[in-house]
Design a protein around this ligand. Sequence first.
Ligand code: SF4
Length: 225
Amino acid sequence: MPPKQHRDELPADQRLRITEIFHSIQGEADSVGWPTVFVRLTGCPLRCGYCDTAYAFDGGSWMSIQDILASVAAYAPHYVTITGGEPLAQKNCIRLLACLCDAGYRVSIETGGSLPITGMDERVIRIMDLKTPGSGECGRNLYENILQLRRQDQVKFVICDRRDYEWSRHMLREHTLDERCQVLFSPSHEQLRAVELADWILADRLAVRLQLQIHKYLWGNMPGH
Ligand code: SF4
């Protein structure tokens, strides 16, 4: 990363607070397995019980969009994912997404689903959580976002237990989510065995994709992966 810059050295519409930029294997969602550059934005308004990126809640460094683009380009990637924290909590995220699309990358964003997902470049693939009761943040879901989901987008449920599974199944059916976009069911790491979730999905004939967060099998919870 370039040297730390002070907030006031950068124009207000060109700066973002960044926790890390790193090159890894995409561990989930539709592009699972592809080498990807991740840009992790600092800050999140939620506090999910299973959060594995609490180190992104504060700190970080201010970077200009130009410097972010240069850091990404150094890895010559095809795929770029903007993540957090909650990337949409910084308004310049929208501008960064457009710049990355214009640079020719296949761009996705991972969002917790508590903020509006509108206003992004049409080329961006949106991976939006619907927070389950087990997250402790179910009350923060912005359900209007569901109407914005397109075929190329994905909605993700992180499932902690059977109650979460039944809640997610209810949401799937009530909002016919599988007709709008891809639906991802992911077991909360170390809280629910993947095989249990797989059995439930099969028994109920759900049109959802099981996700295993393969980066955690490769590197555990190590930051920078
Ligand atoms: S939305 Fe994501 S980053 Fe924010 S607390 Fe929940 S899991 Fe952590």
